[in-house]
Design a protein around this ligand. Structure first.
Ligand code: ADP
Length: 487
């Protein structure tokens, strides 16, 4: 089956978060099920640079303020990329979404309409000669794809829409309806309207044939007013078309046995290299070089979602209990300052790097004993999966995909020999403090800790299982709603 992915980021071409990892890795896993996937992306400068040999396969005239072209290129061995070249919208420096000063580009509504519009054209066979059997749109930036297709009134392929994070919705002024090429009838509760404005996320949720999100627990949580971000009502209405599939990880890129970023490779059977990576990491973060100190790490956007304000509060407790912390991240200015100050106050015990550094994130996964993910909500989360694979035991909030991927080391799980990490609930400072203490206590029991590490490293975290579930959904949709038209 031919499948068109529509997304605003894709690793290794352009990445700001987990969405890119999924869009970059899932196509290769789907190829094992016989699917040919092409990923449609905006041709940001980074995408253009990664596709030097891309060829124009169609012209895209009148693309929201200028003409564009559809490019086709190959990124690495496995990734076929179609890129929307529209210099007036995408030829800009930096991050895909924000200006150098961190403000949303004022024309983001047009920029991402200009991603979804060509997706619709390709799917209807009006841009180039490759036509997908199914379209898979990701997150709000691609939310207009199902709307354009459904509202076209033409025979069209089925559309799957995946929510990677419901907190980002792409909501714009109602006056933009016409500029977005949406018909007046779509501005309704049964359409793109959301509290008097236009919501790209809602468009995706309303018009897609099938909705998925990135873990079963998150699929349930977003149907509640607490975590539904105002869309829980619609999600409850669509509950029969909604399911959760836990993300996998690219287990070739994230393999401690072959990871080029590491000082010393290691495996579950030959774990000695992990100790060498720990020493190197302690040096890199100016931490005391002590093998017996439990070394926690964090690799994260610094935002309120990620709950790192809770971690900041328990830093003195971690230090008092002999622990160390290495943190890599950027975002909220208050959190950046808070962690910098914590490092100054606890020299040799807390190390902080503010920034984004992919190779360093690999070295941290390899060199740390545990990774802390105290998110208030987490659709899936990837860093705990990398942690499992690298024998870096996850300490996670019991929410979303974190709840679905880590087995808490409570007494029953330890006795049954199934524990892979630590969970805490509710998401409070007290619960986090208690659980970090639990992890430190277990770390002191070297035999039990090593057993848990081996078990964590054996966890199924690749794409084989999840891609089979997506393939099942694709099969169902193409057999049950071939050339469906919802006008
Ligand atoms: P989200 O998509 O909400 O940011 P995820 O856990 O799903 O969270 O994915 C985050 C991805 O970004 C992971 O691959 C993680 O390793 C990476 N990442 C986050 N912050 C940094 C950073 N400062 N440097 C390098 N990689 C980072």
């Amino acid at each position: 089956m031919r499948v068109l992915f529509v997304a605003s980021e894709c690793y290794p071409l352009v990445k700001t978060g987990g969405l890119a990892d999924v869009v970059g890795a899932l196509p290769a896993a789907l190829a094992a099920h016989g699917h040919e996937v092409r990923v449609l992306l905006p041709a940001y400068p980074a995408v253009r640079k990664a596709l030097p040999d891309a060829e124009a396969v169609a012209s895209l005239s009148d693309l929201f303020g200028g003409d564009g072209r559809l490019l086709l290129g190959q990124a690495g061995e496995k990734l076929q990329v179609m890129a929307v070249e529209a210099p007036h919208l995408f030829d800009r420096p930096g991050n895909p979404y924000v200006t150098a000063t961190g403000k949303d580009w004022p024309d983001n509504h047009l920029r991402f309409a200009a991603l979804s519009w060509p997706a619709g054209e390709i799917a209807l066979g009006r841009a180039g000669d490759w036509r997908p059997d199914l379209v898979h749109a990701h997150d709000w930036q691609a939310g207009l794809t199902p709307a354009y297709l459904s509202l076209s009134g033409r025979a069209r392929p089925p559309v799957v829409f995946t929510i990677h994070n419901l907190a980002f919705q792409g909501v714009f002024a109602p006056t933009l309806l016409h500029a977005l090429r949406l018909p007046p009838k779509s501005f309704a509760v049964d359409g793109v309207e959301f509290h008097g404005r236009i919501s790209f996320m809602k468009a995706g949720l309303y018009y897609a044939d099938r909705i998925t999100t990135v873990s079963p627990t998150y699929a349930w949580e977003i149907q509640t007013p607490e975590l539904g971000m105002g869309l829980d009502g619609l999600l409850r209405l669509r509950a029969r078309s909604l399911s959760g599939i836990v993300n996998g990880i690219d287990d070739a890129a994230w393999d401690p046995a072959t990871d080029q970023a590491l000082d010393a490779p290691y495996t579950a059977r030959h774990p000695a290299g992990k100790a060498a990576n720990k020493v190197a990491l302690q040096s890199e973060f100016a931490l005391e070089r002590r093998a017996t100190a439990p070394l926690f790490c964090v690799i994260s956007r610094l935002t309120s979602q990620k709950g790192l304000d809770l971690l900041l509060e328990i830093v003195p407790d971690i230090v008092a209990n002999g622990g160390q912390l290495a943190l890599l991240g950027s975002g909220d200015a208050g959190l950046e300052t808070g962690f910098r100050k914590a490092a100054e106050a606890h020299v040799g015990r807390i190390g902080v790097v503010i920034g984004y550094d992919e190779p360093l994130s690999h070295r941290m996964q390899a060199g740390s004993d545990a990774i802390i993910v105290p998110s208030r909500f987490e659709p899936c989360g990837l860093t705990q999966l990398y942690g499992l694979r690298y024998g870096t035991l996850p300490v996670v909030a019991r929410v979303g995909g974190l709840a679905d991927t880590v087995i808490d080391a409570n007494e029953a799980a330890l006795r049954a020999g199934v524990a892979t990490g630590f969970q805490f609930s509710p998401v409070t400072t007290d619960a986090l403090r208690h659980t970090v203490r639990r992890a430190i206590a277990l770390f002191a029991d070297r035999r039990r800790w090593r057993t848990m590490q081996r078990r964590a490293m054996a966890s199924e975290v690749g794409w084989a299982g999840p891609s089979a579930q997506y393939a099942g959904i694709y099969r169902l949709l193409t057999s049950s709603c071939q050339a469906k038209t919802i006008a």
